[in-house]
Write a protein that binds this ligand. Sequence first.
Ligand SMILES: NC(=O)c1ccc[n+]([C@@H]2O[C@H](COP(=O)([O-])OP(=O)(O)OC[C@H]3O[C@@H](n4cnc5c(N)ncnc54)[C@H](O)[C@@H]3O)[C@@H](O)[C@H]2O)c1
Length: 368
Amino acid sequence: MRTSKIGMAVIGAGRVGPNLVRNAMTTSALDLKYLCDRDFSRARKVLGEYSTVVPTADLSQVLADPAVEAVAVATPAATHYTVVMAALEAGKHVLVENPLAASYRTGAELVATAADRGLALMLDHTSCYTPAVTHLRRLVQSGALGDLQFVDSVRSNLGLVQPDIDVLWDLAAHDLSILDSILPLGVYPIAVSAQGSDPIHAGRACVAHLSVQLSNGAMAHAHVNWLSPTEVRTTTLGGSLRAVVWDDLDLSQRLAVYDRGVERSEVDVLDPDTERAARISYRKGDMVAPAVPEGEALRDVMTEFVAAINQRRSPMTDGHAGLRLLAMLEAATESLASNGAFMPVEADLDDPANHSGIAVLVPVGTVR
Ligand SMILES: NC(=O)c1ccc[n+]([C@@H]2O[C@H](COP(=O)([O-])OP(=O)(O)OC[C@H]3O[C@@H](n4cnc5c(N)ncnc54)[C@H](O)[C@@H]3O)[C@@H](O)[C@H]2O)c1
């Protein structure tokens, strides 16, 4: 285990880059050396006058510096392939903002290059590192909820209508990355259906409903909306033993775990009129609101990135997680163009968490 700091650079000083800079600077295992933006004035403005971090517009200068071992990429999605590939080819570990690339195909090239070179490639799926999602993951993967029966999410607000992506790629991407990170081993998405509308003629879907068929027969659903007057961020997960409601805007009770559900009893009743009533019963037990600590998820993203580099293991949200998300989003886009028909989700056969039936070793730290 190394003890020296990891030399790092942040690429991109727009909306997201400054958050990466702040969290890199407060992560003791990282030594932030550069902030690079092709608009030099942005990089300089973010750093201010007295920083020891070097502002630059020259990416090749950053990538040629052997003191830089890792980069965090926060440039627009359309540039990710070029910037990330250049960083990997220069031998740098990479943390990249979502999405990994503009397409599954180009994302797969990045994953293969990182694997060939033994470099960490991590997605900043920030939502997956929030304390609430960490708690949800434990509930699902420990079996505390029983068999997963459904996932229902709403993510709506008066949102920024993005110039280059629709509401699915902007908002549903969060729900899908969370779904990917909490599903129990052996349960995976098989098909996606999406329906959307563009009532303000923005040129892309501003309101959408997305359904994901899971391999265990359960359904995950997300409703995403840029036009809603109020902000809603809720997810309900139903299991055969318990259900949990996550309201991310309720600071006093983000999570509520219900011992409530519907059960079919195995009582044999010969009278067909009473058979159904006899077999369905309702469980109405207690609700528990677990204490969920507050914390900045991006700090935990940095910590996981450092651990993956130092321990030479896959980060929790590795390149394959980025590909799984791209596979779902591409299926959603195809479905949107086909009036909501279910489209199969591409399987990544090189994924250590793949479901092809081929035995694979799951590296330490990989959740699924
Ligand atoms: N993690 C999240 O929750 C989250 C939220 C919003 C956006 N994002 C993602 O973060 C990324 C950045 O988004 P943003 O809103 O900060 O974008 P932005 O447009 O505000 O900033 C991007 C910056 O990158 C610079 N840039 C562009 N190409 C470059 C290059 N080749 N080399 C160096 N600098 C370059 C631009 O000059 C700009 O300053 C996007 O991929 C976006 O999808 C993630």
